[in-house]
Design a binder for this molecule. Structure first.
Ligand code: FO1
Length: 316
């Protein structure tokens, strides 16, 4: 077994555990598969929020409070844009703007999203490999009591207020997994695949909605460990709990575990939660899953890797 670990991540919670894993592993041991269903075009710019949350976290540039965008940000661009009557509902900091401009320029020259991401990681000194789940277009859309909404319109524009009745991952069923993603999941001697504590509906399931990616995960040569995004009936951040209520799903880590049945070898619930009911083929363990400090992030990463090693040992 080598040290290579693959993490599936989206959103702010996912980026935190990715940061923890990067502190618990040699930099080049980590590959992160990132959700791109939140991507959108805005002001003529191609914006990939979940890629940026992961890249900024790994580069030590992310804003510790927001969890998105860059730390020590200034907002002159937004002030000037607002003065011109431009849309100021989606806030882009001055340094963050450079990321979107550079990515858009490279994409318009025909570079793939994965090639652009690799160049940005190299420029920022990020040792881990950050891969979009696909270089094809996939967009999360939500059916709400205000009609179908694009993801950022729902999440930022409407602050997650509309009631959700259906979620669609437009393009996922025909999207090809980014080729390096498949190689990473098929690698012999892989130590673990980690599904980060991201919103299952908005950050994890868009990734799993890509057929060949889901198949590669099911056949991965390493234990798959998922961390709950729900603690004590609440989501740590974001609309996961509200969505579960609106979709008629009990707001509990057990509900998330049930959604991962058949995909995950170990499910990590929070130590404050009751032991979820057993699920066939899935070991359910508990640990402190809430990450408030950098030490919490590293500790959770170490626990997750230990659970994976134990599961490998159990399966021989
Ligand atoms: N989230 C907000 O709630 N408000 C914003 O104005 C906002 C701007 C923004 C700019 C760049 C970026 O990469 C992310 C941004 N986000 C903002 C977060 C983003 O909507 C979410 O991180 C993901 O899409 C969901 O995980």
């Amino acid at each position: 077994m080598n040290e290579r670990v693959v993490a599936l991540s989206g959103g702010v919670g996912g980026a935190k555990l990715v940061d923890g894993l990067s502190r618990a592993l040699p930099p080049d041991a980590l590959t992160v598969i990132v959700n791109t269903g939140d991507d959108f075009e805005h002001l003529g710019l191609a914006i990939s929020p979940d890629i940026d949350s992961v890249v900024y976290a790994l580069a030590g540039l992310s804003d510790p409070v927001r969890g998105w965008g860059r730390r020590d940000e200034t907002w002159n661009f937004m002030a000037a844009l607002s003065q011109l009557g431009g849309p100021d509902w989606f806030r882009i900091g001055d340094a963050d703007l450079a990321m979107h401009v550079e990515r858009s320029a490279r994409l318009s020259r025909g570079e793939s999203l994965s090639a652009v991401t690799a160049r940005i990681c190299a420029a920022l000194g990020v040792g881990a490999r950050v891969l979009p789940m696909s270089d094809d277009r996939v967009r999360t859309r939500l059916r709400t009591d205000e009609g179908w909404l694009e993801f950022q319109e729902y999440f930022v524009g409407r602050q997650c207020r509309p009631r959700v009745s259906e979620i669609a991952y437009e393009g996922a069923s025909s999207a090809r997994a980014q080729p390096d993603v498949l190689d990473a999941l098929r690698e012999q001697g892989l130590r673990a695949v980690v599904i980060c504590p991201s919103n299952p509906f908005l950050s994890v399931e868009p990734i799993l909605a890509i057929p060949e990616l889901r198949a590669a995960l099911q056949n991965a040569g390493a234990p798959v460990v998922a961390v709950t995004p729900i603690v004590g009936g609440q989501a740590i951040k974001g609309p996961a709990a509200k969505m579960m209520r609106e979709l008629g799903i009990e707001v509990a880590s057990a509900s998330v575990a049930a959604r991962y049945a058949g995909l995950v070898d170990v499910f990590v619930a929070d130590s404050s939660d009751p032991q979820p009911d057993p699920i066939a083929g899935m070991r359910i363990v508990r640990t402190q899953s809430v990450m408030r400090t950098e030490e919490d992030r590293r500790a959770l990463a170490e626990s997750v890797l230990a659970f994976a090693d134990a599961a490998r040992g159990a399966s021989g």
